[in-house]
Every structure is written in structure tokens, then in C-alpha cells.
Design a protein around this ligand. Structure first.
Ligand code: DC
Length: 225
């Protein structure tokens, strides 16, 4: 079973994706983390985002692994644990920029399909183009969204808990800038794909959204029998 979760940043995709993967015993793939790992490698090597062929070469040669259970997932880049390094604001913006390069997307999509298809029980993938490009035939497709203010509030609370310094206004501006780039890029922009179940999480708590998602997955499973 393949479950696709798309949506803008801060809509709850990661938290809910992990909860679903655990409950259903499926592999969990955080595809944004893969773009972040490429972006980190680009930043660390001092390569400019406009040096497309160098960025593509980095994406091609990067060995990106996602290791462990959903709750303690480690992102490993060329053998090094970069789980914390990829979560900075700089890495988030850089990931959004490198993800506009078609060749980088092609490499990431191929990697994501291989990982998703090779798991015997199935996979929960979260990102921006899962239902539209990576697995257009996914068994269930969700599009999670929320008002920018609600998403920024959540992100700000998470960042503060992790000891990261920023303000709510800064977080909101960062989210708006990234969303704008992610929806307006030419290749695989963030869109609500056909058949996706749209859930606005602004006014709902996590457990309510989780129950709705589980119910939809059960419906899809019974329909498939
Ligand atoms: O989900 P995230 O915030 O970790 O993603 C970081 C960036 O990566 C996001 O701004 C856009 C890009 N991305 C993408 O283009 N396609 C995906 N499937 C996942 C992420």
C-alpha cells in the first residue's frame, strides 16, 4: 500500500505521516529531508545555486539514506548523520531552491520510487509531488493544508521547543516565501493532485486529523478487496 501526503510546510505532514506509518506498519519516507540533504551538501561545498551542473552532480553522487523507525528517523548523507543540520532555516530555503532544478528532481524521484517500491508492506511518503509525480497511482492521496498563520504558529512552537531562535513574524515570512516558490516553480509545483483527499488542519487537532486519515485508508482498503 502506498499512501501519499502532500501539502505546504507546517500543515502537519511529517507528524501525521509518522503516526500513520507506525500504526499501519509501513515504511516512512520524508522526501523533503532528501532535498534538504542535497541542499546541505551544496551549501557545505560552497557551490552557488545557479551553478546548475555542479548542483546536479552533487545530487547525483550524494548517498542519502533514511535509517530507523519513523520516530527516530536518521538522515544520513555520505555516511554522516545530518538529521539536525538539515533542519535549519537556511537548509529549508536552500532545499526549496535546489528543488526547482528539474534534473535534481528527476534524481530524487527515482530514488524515492525505488525506496517505496522495494518495501514489501508499503510506504507512507510525504512531500510536495508525491500524488502528482512520484506515485500518481498511490492507493490513497492526502493533501494537508492549513492557513499560513496556523502553520507558522506550529512551526514557531516546534522551533522554540528545539531551542531555535526566531520570531513568529520571521517564521511566517519564511513559510510564505518557501510556499510561493514551491507552488510557482515550473517543474512539479505543489498542487492538489487528482483524487486527493483535502484536509484543512487549521482548526483540528492532530488526533482528529489522524482519525480522518485512518478512516479514509480503511475505506480505500475495503474498496480494493
Ligand atoms: O518538507 P520540507 O519542508 O522538509 O521540504 C523542504 C523543501 O523541499 C520544500 O520547500 C520543497 C522541497 N520539496 C519538494 O520540492 N518536493 C518534495 N517532494 C519534498 C520537498
Amino acid at each position: 500500500m502506498i499512501v501519499a501526503i502532500d501539502g505546504p510546510s507546517g500543515a502537519g505532514k511529517s507528524t501525521l505521516g509518522k503516526m500513520l506509518a507506525k500504526k499501519l506498519n509501513l515504511l516512512y519516507l520524508d522526501t523533503g529531508a532528501m532535498y534538504r540533504a542535497v541542499a546541505l551538501a551544496v551549501l557545505e561545498r560552497g557551490v552557488g545555486f545557479d551553478e546548475t551542473s555542479k548542483v546536479v552532480e552533487i545530487a547525483e553522487n550524494a548517498r542519502i539514506e533514511l535509517i530507523g523507525e519513523p520516530d527516530s528517523l536518521k538522515i544520513v548523507l555520505d555516511g554522516r548523520d545530518v538529521s539536525a543540520d538539515i533542519r535549519t532555516l537556511e537548509a529549508a530555503q536552500a532545499a526549496s531552491i535546489v528543488s526547482t532544478i528539474s534534473e535534481v528532481r528527476r534524481i530524487m524521484v527515482e530514488h524515492q520510487r525505488t525506496l517505496g517500491e522495494n518495501d514489501p508492506s508499503g510506504c507512507v511518503l510525504e512531500g510536495r509531488d508525491i500524488g502528482s509525480v512520484v506515485f500518481p497511482n498511490a492507493d490513497v492521496k492526502f493533501f494537508l493544508t492549513a492557513k499560513p498563520e496556523a502553520r507558522a504558529r506550529r512551526r514557531f512552537t516546534e522551533d522554540t521547543a528545539k531551542g531555535r531562535l526566531s520570531s513568529y513574524e520571521q517564521t511566517l515570512a519564511e513559510i510564505n516565501e518557501r510556499d510561493e516558490r514551491d507552488v510557482s516553480r515550473e517543474d512539479s509545483p505543489l498542487t492538489i493532485s487528482e483524487n486527493a483527499i483535502v484536509i484543512d488542519t487549521s482548526e483540528l487537532d492532530l488526533s482528529e486529523v489522524f482519525e480522518q486519515m485512518i478512516a479514509k485508508i480503511s475505506e480505500a482498503k475495503s474498496a480494493a478487496v
